[in-house]
Design a protein around this ligand. Structure first.
Ligand code: GLC
Length: 430
């Protein structure tokens, strides 16, 4: 009798733990529906992480063979991607089931996304970095689950630093300028006329907001729009930050950098034609594979006058549209995609730090991205999306347009920042 009791207790315990890991357990996984359904997934752009996404879908379909996931590549430019989603949402279109969501969009898109907190197992939510769950919780609704983290980093050619006698990567923007110029002149003198010192993202789109915020914070010590809504865009230090970036265009950076997005910068860097690049972690694995890069490493972005270097928080999350005809199946896919098991594959394939805390102790993760740390979210600078919510895109558009005008010389920094300050004041009704 006692043996029997012990036996049933064991079974009960095993069943409980199976429930806890249900997101990773093929027997316990909840597919949300038994019906045969097809859902759409709007994922990464063509050519970017195709393997991670295709493999995610294949693994999910082994768990839930009744759910077919159709993968649609999304726009590479996140400003365009947001516009595409908004058109679909305004029409309440059921064509969008699962979408990838930038870390800045939960507040912008909340009204169009379902609350995942009743659907995702609590253990699944608890496995993610709390700051990301907080970021995605709008008016007590969990509107997206986190997948991977991005942050701005400095890539540098360690072979070239050594060749020109520099012992360490630049700690300040002045050092970066000096090293970039010496290396650029040296490489050109040796016959590579295509060589540039520093490549980054200067086109008028969300990517410029992320770069410019780093210049701003490193120089002034503050965000241009604080979490409390204070507007700190127009100051002597801010003018210096943007004038300095403008001075790079055509000197240490190609004139065309004012139309560069991430992939343009990565193209020049991958061809072996840049000493330094500002980019996200995803370029780490591809840089390691590039035959034209003899050696490279990564470092924090340089400091400005405030004495600190700043890095903008980025990253991608997944969510279900409120207008989906198959929200249960779509949510099951989101839960699988963001499960610890799947995040590990995804993180390694994209060299992007995961959202699940326990993966930071995983040796394979540590080897694939030695720069990863669970503190990234705390030590990076968030764009003002939590304050601005559904006004975020308006804020960012005003910001990157004004900074782009400074970079291209359409407007001087004093005037551009003064006008931007007025526009931001208008937007927030002060
Ligand atoms: C990266 C970041 C994202 C950011 C975008 C800007 O994809 O992860 O947060 O908005 O770049 O181009």
């Amino acid at each position: 009798m006692r043996k029997l009791l012990f036996f049933s207790l064991m079974i009960a315990l095993m069943a409980t733990s199976a429930m806890l890991v249900s997101a990773q357990d093929d027997e316990g996984f909840d597919c949300g529906t038994d019906e045969e359904v097809t859902i759409s997934f709007f994922g990464d752009p063509v050519g970017s992480h195709p393997q991670a996404e295709a493999d995610t879908i294949a693994r999910f379909q082994e768990l839930c063979p009744n759910i077919t996931v159709e993968r649609n590549p999304g726009a590479a430019d996140v400003t365009d991607l947001l516009a595409f989603y908004l058109v679909g949402f305004e029409a309440q279109s059921s064509d969008l089931d699962v979408i990838r969501v930038d870390v800045i969009w939960p507040g912008q898109l909340a009204e169009h996304l379902i609350d995942l907190s009743d659907i995702a197992p609590q253990a699944h939510v608890d496995a993610q970095l709390p700051a990301l769950i907080e970021n995605n919780t709008i008016d007590e609704r969990l509107v997206a689950l986190p997948l991977r983290i991005g942050f701005g980093m400095l890539y540098y050619r360690s072979d070239l630093l050594e060749k020109y006698g520099f012992e360490a990567p630049p700690a300040t923007w002045e050092e970066l300028e000096e090293m970039a110029l010496v290396i650029q002149e040296g490489e050109r003198a040796e016959g590579n006329s295509e060589f540039w010192g520093y490549v980054w993202q200067g086109n008028a789109y969300e990517g410029l907001t992320t770069n410019a915020l780093e210049w701003h914070v490193s120089e002034t010590g503050d965000n241009f729009l604080t979490p409390d809504g204070e507007i700190l865009i127009n100051s002597e230090a801010a003018i210096n930050a943007y004038e300095r970036a403008a001075s790079w265009v055509g000197t240490i950076s190609p004139p065309g950098v004012v139309s560069y997005a991430e992939e343009d910068a990565r193209g020049v860097w991958h061809a072996g034609n840049a000493a330094f690049m500002r980019n996200w972690p995803y370029a780490y694995v591809t840089s390691a594979e590039s035959e034209d890069i003899p050696a490279f490493d990564v470092a924090p972005l340089p400091a400005g006058a405030s004495g600190i270097g700043a890095s903008t928080l980025g990253g991608w999350h997944v969510a279900v549209s409120r207008y989906s005809d198959h929200p249960e199946a779509a949510a099951a896919f989101v839960v699988y995609m963001t499960s610890v098991e799947n995040q590990k594959f995804y993180a390694i394939d994209t060299s992007s730090p995961p959202a699940a805390l326990e993966l930071y102790d995983d040796e394979d993760i540590q080897t694939a991205m030695p720069f990863a740390s669970p503190d990234i979210v705390e030590i990076t600078t968030a764009r003002p999306s939590n304050f601005a919510r559904d006004q975020y895109n308006a804020v960012s558009t005003l910001y990157f347009s004004a900074i782009h005008d400074i970079l291209t010389g359409r407007e001087d920094a004093d005037t551009a920042l003064e006008l931007l300050e007025l526009d931001l004041l208008d937007l927030f009704g002060e």
